[in-house]
Design a protein around this ligand. Sequence first.
Ligand SMILES: CC(C)(COP(=O)(O)OP(=O)(O)OC[C@H]1O[C@@H](n2cnc3c(N)ncnc32)[C@H](O)[C@@H]1OP(=O)(O)O)[C@@H](O)C(=O)NCCC(=O)NCCS
Length: 193
Amino acid sequence: MVVVFNMKFQKFETKRLILKEITIKDAPSYEKNFVDYEVIRHLASTVPWPYPPNGITDFISNIILPNQGNERWFWGIYLKSNPSELVGVVDLWRNGRPENRGFWLAKKLWGQGIMTEAVEPIINYAFNELGFEKLVFANAVGNIASRRVKEKTCAKLIDVKPAKFVDPKYTEHEIWELNKQDWIFFYSAKTEV
Ligand SMILES: CC(C)(COP(=O)(O)OP(=O)(O)OC[C@H]1O[C@@H](n2cnc3c(N)ncnc32)[C@H](O)[C@@H]1OP(=O)(O)O)[C@@H](O)C(=O)NCCC(=O)NCCS
């Protein structure tokens, strides 16, 4: 049995969402919403496709639970209107590859601003509690929705480089940076009354 004890994990609530720890009980909804080529094709080629049977339970047991809070943080996304269904994930990690964050959302919920809403408290937490001075993000060139989430959260495009994705039609990725000062300025202006 893996006992996960960490002081660093923080649950969040936003207007529409709960962002909380993922457990093995989430495996069925994780699988239902993630194992979809329309979601997975946008991800780095290190994600297997076809997705293996038991892949989700293995990922939760072998990657999420042992690493949670140990320089890697995973938040499940749940709608307040249906808090038992995991509908997406945001993860953050300390050592950039070069990026420090990944995310996905169930296709049925795309285009409603949900991921933009989910990443805001996590960016605040990264800068204010986890000690990041800068966050690096990446997405396939052509992944417009993911690019828009960066644009809407004040990240700056800094580079385009070759990269491999599950969908072989993607051949490059955009690299973005968000620094702490820019975020604090942007977020305080946004939340000012
Ligand atoms: C990327 C992803 C998480 C975005 O989630 P989301 O909740 O739909 O994102 P948001 O609604 O906050 O923002 C998406 C934006 O992209 C826009 N968009 C999406 N597809 C678009 C298109 N084809 N053309 C133009 N704009 C598009 C939306 O209109 C929205 O912008 P707006 O708010 O200015 O209207 C979701 O699409 C997803 O899970 N995709 C598959 C996995 C993935 O790509 N993960 C990221 C890998 S880097």
